[in-house]
Design a binder for this molecule. Structure first.
Ligand code: IPE
Ligand code: IPE
Ligand code: MG
Length: 249
């Protein structure tokens, strides 16, 4: 067994379909530390992380998850060294090109959430192609959060509501939770039931700020490139044990 891969964990009893979350959010974290632990450049962690992203996406579709949102690049990640940002963007290009071929085989609808204007024009074009070529799919929805920030998303929503008020199309009294939700990147989608954060960090890092109001969290002490389908099974089993009350009893 190559030293990169950890041993398989004990299989977990599969969760009954009605106890599965409809929408899972995943904060893919720990790529840099994974690489550092191996004396590799941080970019190598992103390469392995991208492979795990593919595996977990396919697995989610296979087990019947309806929506999955992966946090791939935050509005704060521009603070990183340019070399690392370039490597992440190159991986994204590779993924998009490869998936444009692959998508045909899978019943997955791909969408991107986040502010696109800061991304390179060729990447934006590939993103649009990926969305257009999967728009007719009726299987799982895959959201990829790119240059995404929950606060930035709310700023956009508030701005667009303010414009409507200014133009006389909307009264301030009519602004409600539903109308705000409809101006978010995830408009029309259910809120995430479960948010996973591997890597041992216990924070949201600006992910799905509005949508996560009643999400269940599972924090796992596993670096993302080490994340296996068994780890997702464990998180799903934990989720299935939770009692969600939404303020009720
Ligand atoms: C997550 O892994 C990937 C991105 C944020 C793009 P990190 O690169 O944050 O890895 P760590 O947290 O430094 O280990
Ligand atoms: C969150 O991870 C962003 C992504 C996974 C894309 P970070 O590594 O950027 O988060 P912090 O800086 O540790 O909070
Ligand atoms: Mg990190």
């Amino acid at each position: 067994m190559p030293p990169f891969f950890k041993k398989k964990t004990k299989p977990i009893q599969p969760v009954e379909p009605e106890r599965l979350p409809r929408h899972i959010g995943v904060i893919m974290d720990g790529n840099g530390r994974w690489a550092k632990n191996r004396g590799l450049p941080r970019q190598a962690g992103h390469v392995y992380g991208a492979k795990v992203f593919r595996t977990i996406t396919k697995y989610c579709e296979k087990i019947g998850i309806n929506y999955v949102t992966f946090y791939a690049f935050s509005t704060e990640n521009w603070k990183r060294p340019q070399q690392e940002i370039d490597a992440i963007m190159d991986l994204l290009r590779d993924y998009l090109k490869e998936s444009l071929r692959d998508f045909k085989k899978e019943n997955i609808r791909t969408l991107f959430i986040g502010e696109r204007s800061a991304l390179a024009p060729d990447i934006r074009e590939l993103m649009e192609e990926a969305e257009a070529s999967t728009a007719h799919k009726d299987g799982m929805v895959l959201n990829i959060a790119l240059n995404y920030g929950g606060r930035d998303e709310l700023v956009h929503a508030v701005r667009s509501l303010a414009e409507d008020v200014k133009a006389g199309r909307l009264s301030p009294d009519d602004i409600d939770e539903e109308r705000i939700g409809r101006r978010l990147y995830t408009a029309g989608q259910p809120d995430p039931d479960l948010i996973l954060r591997p890597s041992g960090e216990y924070r949201l890092s600006n992910f799905l700020t509005w949508q996560s109001a009643y999400s269940e969290y599972v924090f796992q002490d596993i670096l993302w490139p080490d994340y296996r389908t068994e780890d997702l099974d464990a998180a799903l089993a934990e989720y299935a044990r939770r009692n969600r009350r939404f303020g009720g009893i």
